[in-house]
Design a protein around this ligand. Structure first.
Ligand code: AMP
Length: 461
């Protein structure tokens, strides 16, 4: 028998993976019945205790892929907490590129670890450091952190990483892309030499390969379905439209289709704010999340959106990284991303873990080059549909577009601001784990060399 969602893999249940009863109970309660392909491969590999190099992007179920076996190992090993009041050392460190992803990973740790006696906490910048110091002092088994704030704690001597048994680098490509490599190396330098290392990355650039070579010891290598096959379950459509008609078209689509939960991407923070104001005039409630928003505003917007009380969430690319909403029905590219890989990340917010979704892109004459780059990357032409009343002017001439504005994460690093490919994408020609699906075709109109990643001197740590 084959599973509906993953017909190419024999059916396997969570019970067959060797996880403890306490963990299985939490998984069942959470409503999972079948492990995803990355889980089928990663869980036994991590349980075996060796290092792991995994090619997986968000939306594949990778978080449970590493969280479940880590919880199993920590709760069943000889070092498992024995009920004494002695301070608990940090035994697992999970590093993520963004605050949102860190928060979500820690939430998963809590969900799946509901019935085991382990504690966890999350630390990231943009919020007060003192409550974090208090929690760390109390002791936690699993620490999820963004690199910048963790370094702050290391410098202040408020975190002790001497007992880390398992290290996870989640979305390692994104961390490098955002300029975190030096921070990561400084963190690695203080960890015990003997430990288990798990590296997850959606892409395999030379930089990732070098990091993996220095970090991993005879790793198990796994990869899940090609990036493109994730895209295939998502209905994608282009609506050609004039530049200054995008906002009325979006309002029209939301109203006539009665979309109740829409994630909208803009290229710039300014564009996100402006769109929220414009939608408000049409009685459509939206909030923006980007790097200039306080962490509490970002968290609040995300919580409202997830709960269904906020109709439209407008996000820039980096701020949206890690947004995980089950079965998000609609993603709109209000602007196309100038980095083609970001298109795949964006639409990966819908149709997650086998659910179907719809992604529409509003494309004006300025963005035809970007559209070509995206179609080349995903190896297919996207269907186009002109909406009546919004026909684009056939004589319109392209103008230069404003590209991404600065560091949208609020972390320490930034990404290149030139039109062109990301640093990671530039060198993604020699896969570490031979993940064939990750080699990318050359893009056509991107001859500009990316600038060195901008570092923002500790802003938002
Ligand atoms: P991730 O790739 O870890 O961000 O997970 C993507 C989404 O898939 C999340 O919404 C998870 O809750 C969901 N998910 C993870 N594992 C499973 C599973 N075995 N069955 C169904 N959904 C899952």
């Amino acid at each position: 028998m084959a599973t509906g969602k993953y017909p190419y893999l024999a059916v396997m249940t969570f019970n067959e993976l060797g996880l403890s009863e306490a963990i299985l109970r939490a998984v069942t309660e959470h409503g999972y019945t079948t492990p995803t392909p990355i889980q089928m491969q990663a869980i036994p590999a991590v349980l075996a205790g060796g290092d792991l190099l995994a090619g997986a992007q968000t939306g594949t179920g990778k978080t449970a892929g590493f969280t479940l076996p880590i919880l199993h190992r920590l709760s069943t090993s000889v070092n498992a907490p024995n009920g004494t009041t002695a301070q608990r050392p940090i035994r697992t460190l999970i590093l993520t590129p963004t605050r949102e992803l860190a928060a979500q990973v820690e939430e998963s740790v809590r969900t799946y670890g509901k019935y085991v006696k382990l504690t966890s906490t999350v630390i990231f910048g943009g919020v007060g450091i003192n409550p974090q110091i208090k929690l760390l002092k109390h002791g936690v088994d699993i620490l999820v952190a963004t690199p910048g704030r963790l370094l702050d704690h290391m410098q202040q001597g408020t975190v002790n990483l001497n007992h880390v048994e398992i290290l996870v680098l989640d979305e390692a490509d994104r961390m490098l892309d955002m300029g975190f490599i030096r921070d990561i190396k400084r963190i690695l330098a203080v960890l015990p030499k003997k430990r288990q290392n798990l590296l997850f990355s959606a892409t395999f650039s030379d930089e990732i390969k070098a990091l993996a070579d220095g970090l991993l010891n005879s790793p198990a290598m796994i990869e899940v379905a090609r990036r493109n096959s994730t895209v295939e379950i998502i209905a994608q459509k282009i609506h050609p439209v004039d530049r200054d008609r995008k906002h009325p078209l979006l309002a029209h689509l939301i109203k006539t289709n009665q979309w109740s939960q829409v994630l909208v991407f803009t290229r710039t923070k300014h564009g996100a704010n402006k769109l929220v104001d414009q939608l408000a005039k049409d009685d459509i409630t939206g909030l923006a999340i980007h790097g200039n928003k306080s962490q509490s505003a970002r968290t609040k917007a995300l919580a409202e959106f997830k709960s269904g009380s906020l109709q439209v969430l407008v996000a820039t690319d980096i701020a949206a990284r890690g947004i995980d909403i089950d079965q998000l029905p609609h993603v709109v590219n209000y602007d196309l991303p100038n980095i083609p890989e970001d298109y795949v990340h964006r639409i990966g917010r819908t149709g997650r873990a086998g659910a179907t979704g719809e992604a529409v892109s509003l494309v004006c004459v300025d963005e035809h080059g970007m559209l070509k780059d995206i179609e080349r990357l995903i190896k297919r032409a996207l269907p186009q549909e002109v909406i009546a009343g919004f026909e684009p002017d056939p004589n319109a001439r392209a103008q230069p577009v404003q590209l991404r504005s600065g560091n949208g994460n609020g972390g320490r690093g930034g990404r290149p601001q030139t039109q062109g490919r990301s640093v990671a994408a530039k060198s993604a020609t020699s896969p570490a784990a031979k993940p064939q699906g990750y080699a990318r075709p050359r893009t056509g109109n991107s001859t500009a060399k990316p600038a060195a990643p901008h570092r923002s001197g500790g802003r938002g740590r």
